[in-house]
Ligand binder design. Structure first.
Ligand code: NDP
Length: 320
């Protein structure tokens, strides 16, 4: 089958389109014909070696497609599913644990189904697990027009929260506003002060920061006394080591560096979050903006654009 393979860590150029053997499902897995695969920022960390990953490997963990074989015979051939935690999805076929799939609701486009789980479940645990966002919550989200950012904004807006979204361009600001952000900001040295002024002179309850290195100081500055800094990603690089005493000085802050796997650790928790996202997509309360899909063989271009901040919303590769 055709797939993208990484044989050495490096930049987007190490994503090579090639022929590999099709995977064989274990008893607990399903074999899937992939329609679309999601491209996520975490794929760039594995590719570069920032996160440990043996080579050679096929990138990607989520997507949509049709079941072609269930060794247990429980799920019929042809069933359309969305999945996460699959093993190598930048490929014509992949295998995934049977408990990490959901049926694609009627009328949901396969490219939306392909990108809804990883980013949707992330936004879900951030707003329901890390901090219980409600109508009294004020929050900051950085990369507010990115894949996670737009969905998190929609989920928080539906709860009536005050959302201060931070983006790099006016085009992205338009998208963040349409997703429900209360106010949108572009970067400046006095960003924390401008947001506090917009929040009645107070810091915010929680900061959701997927940018990392470049925005960590800002995140500490803009959080209220006893508020939460949720550093959930490193698009600009890893946060530098810092003095823990800063959390005390800046107002007894809480700091967490969470990951999706710990908030979908059990099958029940995975199902709860996956179904909440799928329901939201089906009833229209969640709208995934899909950046124009790339072909599988153009995975390199997709990574280049994602890392050059050229994409908005969710990024997918068309496979089958
Ligand atoms: P995005 O679509 O949000 O793309 C990344 C965005 O980060 C860019 O569009 C850009 O937005 C912003 N950014 C700021 N500085 C930089 C920089 N120096 N280089 C590149 N981008 C920069 O990606 P995802 O939605 O896939 O992921 C967002 C973040 O969430 C990532 O850090 C990812 O690792 C993290 N994540 C964490 C999870 C977890 O469970 N911990 C799960 C899923 C994602 P702008 O131009 O507006 O600044």
């Amino acid at each position: 089958m055709k797939a993208i393979q990484v044989s050495e860590h490096g930049g987007p150029e190490v994503l090579r389109y090639t022929d590999v053997d099709a995977p064989q499902p274990s008893e607990e897995q399903l074999l899937i014909d992939v329609s679309f695969t999601g491209v996520n920022y975490i794929d760039t960390y594995f590719r570069s070696g920032t996160y440990p990953q043996e080579v050679p490997y096929i990138p990607g963990t989520e997507g949509s497609g049709r079941v072609v074989h269930d060794p247990k015979g429980e799920i019929s051939e042809g069933t359309l599913v969305a999945f996460n935690e699959a093993v190598g999805t930048y490929a014509e076929q992949t295998v995934v644990n049977r408990n990490r799939v959901v049926a694609v609701p009627e009328g949901v486009a396969p490219e939306v189904a392909a990108s809804m789980l990883l980013q949707g479940m992330t936004a879900h645990y951030l707003t329901e697990g890390v901090w219980h966002v409600d109508a009294d919550t004020s929050l900051v989200v950085t990369a507010g027009a990115g894949g996670v950012g737009l969905i998190l904004t929609q989920m928080a807006a539906a709860k009536g929260a005050r959302i201060f979204s931070v983006v790099s361009t006016e085009e992205k600001a338009v998208l963040a506003r349409a997703a429900g952000a209360t106010e949108v900001f572009t970067y400046s040295d006095d960003l924390a002060d401008r947001i506090k002024a917009a929040n009645g002179g107070e810091g915010v309850d929680v900061v959701y920061d997927g940018v990392g290195k470049d925005t960590f100081d800002f995140a500490l500055d803009v959080t209220r006394r006893r508020g939460m800094v949720c550093s959930f990603g490193s698009a600009s690089g890893d946060v530098e080591p810092f003095e823990i005493q800063r959390l005390n000085r800046d107002g007894s802050l809480f700091l967490t560096r969470p990951k999706l796997g710990d908030y979908t650790a059990t099958d029940d928790e995975f199902r709860l979050r996956a179904q909440a996202v799928a329901r939201g997509v089906e009833d229209g309360t969640l709208s995934f903006r899909i950046h124009p899909p790339y072909a599988l063989e153009d995975a390199r271009q997709a990574h280049e654009d994602l890392q050059a901040r050229k994409t908005t919303g969710s990024v997918v590769l068309r496979v089958g």
